[in-house]
Design a protein around this ligand. Structure first.
Ligand SMILES: [Zn+2]
Length: 85
């Protein structure tokens, strides 16, 4: 039987399906009998769900090029460092 500490150290990988079958079974067995870990499990699931939504998309959206073009076009309006005021 895993200790709470051991179960919690595996929880992130457990939720990511990165554990082997024996480890999954050990975490499942611990969560089934432990009073304190299942709420943490639920909280971790919620946090991971939020983090996954925050993961930036791969590739470069068109708006980035538009922003860069706009910024490049507006740069010369600012005087260079050290110029008289
Ligand atoms: Zn526990």
């Amino acid at each position: 039987m895993l200790t709470c500490r051991e179960a919690r150290s595996l929880l992130s990988d457990y939720l990511d399906n990165d554990l082997d079958a024996d480890e999954v079974a050990a975490v499942d067995a611990h969560l089934a009998v432990c009073d304190s870990c299942p709420p943490l499990d639920k909280a971790t699931v919620a946090v991971l769900a939020v983090l996954r939504r925050l993961t930036p998309p791969t590739g470069r959206p068109e708006w980035i090029d538009q922003v860069l073009t706009t910024v490049a076009a507006t740069q010369p309006t600012r005087p260079p460092e050290g110029s008289p005021k």
